[in-house]
Design a protein around this ligand. Structure first.
Ligand code: NAG
Ligand code: NAG
Ligand code: NAG
Ligand code: ZN
Length: 410
């Protein structure tokens, strides 16, 4: 308890020591070439560059985790590697204390294909695979935590996970880790959010529809059962559901349903024996259970008809899915948005009352593209913003009163 009170005082004094950088930040017409000191800026760009240069497409995170662990150790962090699967490790780093108030986290894997790093000195554009998603968050997070713990308080941890881009096995492994540190009070996640605080994101649900029919010569279609015909029927029913029957909310808009991959049959002159459709949904309201029921209801007529014909229709759920994720965004001085992409937030199990924030430089619009890039200024601003977030989040009245209640045994 005492330690927490102490870190609050130190955090408040940290804020008092930041106005210089903040006045630059608050003045958009500022001519400052850099938002950081020259040496901080150089260190940030170096760190970001090294991270982007090491290819780390999901499944191949070994080298980047090794490099990062070495870098953090050299910068006087205590580092632990958690094996998620062979040659794939989460990187956990902290100072002297293992159980800390704040956790700052992002992911070190990227989507394919690899694009080499570049830095255009004229435009200050910095690009390459992962330059935005999410090494654009990782480098500023390290810089922010490092400077705060050197100067002010050593109550911060960093966690960099593998596998975020393909379902979050890294973060789920961390949640399930028997030796994981005690629950944090504040968790700050890094993903490209254009430098804004995210107040929430849609949920996810994925599934595949599989049809088994009976092949025949196309001249004698009555001798077979077309799996493609059944699939068309099924997609028609889902299309109807999508247009009118899915839950929505003011905050997140409509639930969407993407018929991402549809395939069936083998040739124009053969009645299709098999067909399937892969579908991804983004939930704007409700729970995965509720939406699963809506889908099965809407397909029940199709299923009945197809069984009469001698075909089978099967729905296979990709994973358990999750509903919309509400995120704290109550820090002073930040713009706020909601987003439509998934993150590791639902994969990190935290206690009730733990505050979670989501922030990062760069735009999701370019994140998975061949022109993934951001500017030096965005990276630098992220360092200041992460610092400000950590300080604000640990000195908030809410946080203090909650600590007080705990102290008084309420
Ligand atoms: C850490 O320091 C060692 C010893 O000086 C050096 O060999 C290694 O390259 C450094 N690691 C990084 C990531 O810079
Ligand atoms: C930097 O960007 C500018 C503007 O897009 C372009 O004209 C120039 O060729 C680029 N420089 C390098 C070295 O790629
Ligand atoms: C949601 O769907 C309704 C009905 O299809 C449509 O009229 C509305 O514009 C959609 N809202 C958004 C935010 O896309
Ligand atoms: Zn990401």
């Amino acid at each position: 308890m005492l330690k927490c009170g102490l870190s609050l005082l130190l955090a408040a004094s940290a804020l008092a020591n930041l106005p210089q950088s903040q006045s630059t930040l608050n003045d958009p017409s500022s001519n400052y070439g850099s938002l950081l000191t020259l040496s901080e800026s150089a260190q940030l760009l170096h760190l970001h560059r090294k991270l982007v240069e090491i290819e780390s497409i999901t499944g191949n995170e070994h080298n980047v985790a090794e490099w990062l662990a070495s870098y953090l150790r050299n910068n006087s962090f205590t580092v632990e590697l958690q094996e998620v699967s062979p040659k794939r490790h989460n990187v956990l780093a902290y100072g002297k204390k293992r159980d800390t108030t704040v956790l700052v986290t992002s992911h070190i894997d990227t989507v394919p294909p690899f694009w080499p790093y570049y830095h255009n000195e004229t435009t200050h554009a910095i690009g390459g695979r992962g330059s935005v998603d999410a090494k654009g968050s990782v480098a500023p997070q390290i810089m922010a935590v490092q400077s705060l713990r050197e100067k002010f308080f050593d109550d911060l941890s960093l966690l960099f996970v593998v596998g975020e881009e393909t379902g979050g096995d890294g973060m789920r492994a961390f949640s399930a880790w028997e030796e994981r540190p005690k629950s944090y009070e504040v968790v700050i996640f890094g993903e490209p959010t254009e430098g804004k605080l995210v107040c929430g994101h849609k949920g996810m649900l994925g599934f595949t529809i599989r049809i088994q029919g009976k092949a025949a010569h196309s001249g004698y279609p009555w001798l077979g059962v077309s799996a493609n015909d059944v699939l068309l029927d099924a997609l028609g029913a889902l299309h109807h559901l999508r247009e009118s029957g899915l839950p929505w909310s003011e905050k997140y808009g409509n639930t969407t349903m993407n018929f991402g991959r549809v395939q069936g049959g083998v040739a124009a002159n053969v009645v299709a024996e098999t067909a399937e459709a892969r579908i991804a949904m983004r939930l704007a309201a409700g729970t995965p259970e509720l939406v699963r029921d809506l889908i099965l209801d809407s397909l029940s007529g199709v299923k009945e008809r197809s069984e009469k014909l001698g075909a089978t229709l099967e729905v296979q759920w990709g994973s358990e899915g999750y509903g919309p994720v509400d995120i704290d965004c109550d820090l002073e001085g930040f713009e706020t948005i909601t987003v439509n992409y998934g993150t590791d937030l639902p994969n990190l199990k935290v206690d009730q009352g733990v505050r979670r924030y989501l922030y990062g430089p760069g735009s999701i619009q370019v994140a998975h593209s061949d022109h993934e890039a951001l500017t030096r200024r965005e990276l630098e601003r992220a360092v200041l913003d992460y610092r400000r977030m950590i300080v604000e989040a640990t000195r908030m009245d809410k946080y203090q009163s909650r600590r007080q209640e705990e102290r008084m045994g309420m």
